[in-house]
Design a protein around this ligand. Structure first.
Ligand SMILES: [Fe+2]
Ligand SMILES: [Fe+2]
Length: 332
């Protein structure tokens, strides 16, 4: 999902901090009771680190996710679609800001988090390293990518860390608009010409498997999942979420009139779920490790945008300094 680094081996080479065992036990009990943890509460170092990693990766995914869609603002097919796309991309920027702010409550600086993204140290969701080749890709991103994000993020509204959980409530409301606008754009195209229908089907074919990879590795291969479950950071496993997503999306695909590129996809009466084919995990790891179709392009665009915006940050700081000086001389 937007937080795949949770499932990926990591480590900064430093020995883990040792927590006071009595405090750690009391914390585990609080988490088991389903209580929220707030910024000033005591928390185990591993809990803090896990959250910083997860929330910052989530924030990075929101802002990098603006790039593939931003490529289509000037090519949207109508004024209505352009206005919707602009609003959606602005929402994603806002999601990034709420999430960086939530991460800062854990004692990290936003500058350090952004440096880690720009230097390639921090991860963001693998899905944003795929290209947006046609207008139908924009619809499919809304329908499937935002749809998968909602599936993963609704349980995060009950995450044990209060500032993260509260940010997710507003984010999820906006994500459901994103999903609906994508479905609506595709639905309109499906009522159009054969060429438009073929464009939608082609986009679904290219995005389907990478979207299933967004939920992260199988539960048995997922690092850190157990501790994250114990602490109430994660509530539902990768495989369960992926299954929920497949079951919901197959039905939506029928309404839309598209098929999915998986010959093994079929309803399993005994399980009460859809079976689906094997995911190509070598592709997933390849993209996560920086070798997807657009990894370099995305990072370069992100760093470029940051550098182009330097004058805005400098001007805002200069203005703030002037105001502070004026206030001080008025008070003197
Ligand atoms: Fe978002
Ligand atoms: Fe979104």
């Amino acid at each position: 999902m937007y937080t795949q680094a949770m499932d990926i081996p990591h480590g900064d080479g430093k020995p883990a901090a040792v927590d006071d065992p009595a405090r750690a036990a009391a914390f585990d009990e609080r988490a088991a009771r389903g209580e929220f943890v707030e910024a000033k509460d005591w928390m185990p170092e591993a809990y803090r680190k896990t959250l910083i990693r997860q929330i910052s990766q989530h924030a990075h995914s929101e802002v990098v996710g603006m790039l593939p869609e931003g490529n289509w603002i000037s090519r949207a097919p109508s004024l209505k679609r352009k206005a919707i796309l602009l609003a959606k991309i602005q929402d994603e920027g806002g999601h990034g800001l709420y999430l960086y702010a939530a991460a800062e409550t854990l004692g990290v600086s936003r500058d350090d988090l952004i440096d880690a993204l720009h230097s390639g140290k921090a991860k963001y969701s693998s899905i944003f390293n795929y290209p947006t080749l046609t207008w139908a890709d924009i619809g499919v991103i809304g329908w499937l990518v935002d749809g998968a994000a909602i599936m993963n993020q609704v349980p995060l509204c009950r995450c044990s860390y209060g500032p993260y959980a509260r940010a997710m409530i507003r984010i999820c409301k906006e994500e459901s608009f994103h999903q609906r606008q994508g479905f609506d754009a595709l639905h309109t195209m499906m009522q159009g010409t054969d060429a438009q229908r073929a464009m939608v089907q082609d986009a679904v074919n290219r995005w389907w498997w990478p979207v299933l990879m967004m939920f992260g590795p199988h539960d048995k291969d997922s690092q850190h999942s157990e501790t994250s479950m114990k602490w109430g950071i994660k509530r539902i496993s990768n495989d369960e979420l992926r299954q929920q997503f497949v079951d919901a999306t197959v039905e939506q695909g029928k309404v839309l009139g598209v098929t999915f590129p998986d010959p093994d996809l079929r309803w399993n009466e005994a399980r009460g779920h859809h079976d689906f084919g094997t995911i190509d995990w070598s592709e997933f790891w390849n993209v996560v490790n920086g070798h997807g179709p657009c990894n370099r392009e995305r990072l370069a665009a992100r760093v470029g945008a940051w550098e182009d915006g330097a004058w805005v940050r400098e001007a805002a700081l200069a203005h703030a300094r002037k105001r502070a000086a004026r206030a001080q001389s008025a008070a003197a």
